[in-house]
Design a protein around this ligand. Structure first.
Ligand code: HPA
Length: 277
């Protein structure tokens, strides 16, 4: 929508007033997975709160700032914290940061998230390379009039997760000696965790992991022609697949425990991707 496009331009200008850094790769760090941002040498930090009209996160484990940094020689923008649909934001708000990153020059994007394992072969602490997604249970961020400047009315989603980027991530995991599951991510609105019956349904639908983010962001990114990759951290087995009741504390605790390996994987991934970007 035109209003969105003007808002994106305004926010982009506000960022450009704070830094002239021109990122090519975007990384969205999910719940509890923001530590990677603390390890990079920041060229500039832009708190979301400093940007008028930019959605702020209220979720636990989310900080809320852009960090601009060279990683493996690649100019990157990291999002330490994202907003979720369950916080009450519109889908247009939820994906606004993706569109802002696109306007700043980002052409490749790695999205990360904490997710529940739906595939019974998964274990808590596994990493999953997202091969495809199911977003049918959340409203599309593209509903409403289409602004051709942002992308086509009916974007193709056949290869939502870019093949070449996935190969790079597989190589990165092998280089780090880390196992990587391959699976389909399903997004729900949340904020309640699922019931065991819902998880059985999602398994029948083809889901391997379930979470409350990412798929809508991938839709907005693909709309803009950004190439995307995604990694889930399986922070818990989904409802009914373990005896444990689910809690966000446990999600954050697992994410924290595997944070070191997750950071190593991301660093190696950027190194592998540097030839593509
Ligand atoms: N369900 C939905 N979202 C999640 C989960 C889950 O089990 N774990 C982490 N995010």
């Amino acid at each position: 929508m035109r209003q969105d496009s003007e808002r994106i331009d305004r926010i982009c200008q506000a960022i450009k007033q704070q830094t002239g850094f021109q990122p090519k790769l975007g990384l969205v760090l999910g719940s509890g997975l923001g530590d990677f941002a603390d390890q990079v040498k920041a060229e500039a930090v832009v708190p979301y709160g400093s940007l008028e009209g930019f959605p702020h996160s209220t979720a636990p484990g989310h900080k809320g700032r852009f960090i601009f940094a060279y990683i493996e020689g690649v100019p990157c923008v990291l999002m330490q914290g994202r907003v979720h649909y369950y916080e009450g934001y519109s889908m247009a708000d939820v994906v606004l940061p993706i569109r802002v990153m696109a306007a700043l020059g980002v052409g490749h994007l790695i999205l990360t998230n904490a997710a529940g394992g739906v595939n019974p072969a998964y274990k808590v602490g596994d990493f999953m390379l997202i091969t495809d997604q199911i977003a049918s249970l959340v409203p599309s961020p593209l509903l409403g009039p289409n602004e051709e400047r942002l992308g086509p009315r009916f974007p193709d989603m056949t290869e939502a997760y870019d093949f070449e980027m996935r190969q790079c991530l597989l190589k990165a995991a092998a280089n780090c000696g880390l196992a990587l599951q391959n699976g389909v991510y399903l997004q729900t609105t949340g904020p309640q965790f699922e019931t065991p019956a819902e998880i059985r349904l999602y398994r029948c639908m083809g889901a391997d992991a379930v979470g409350m983010s990412t798929a809508c962001e991938v839709i907005a990114a693909r709309h803009r022609g950004i190439k995307t990759a995604g990694i889930s951290c399986i922070t818990n087995m989904a409802a009914g697949l373990s005896d444990q009741p689910l809690s966000s504390d446990d999600v954050n605790e697992t994410a924290r425990k595997v944070g070191g390996n997750f950071s190593r994987l991301l660093q190696a991934a950027v190194s592998e991707l540097s030839s593509l970007i």
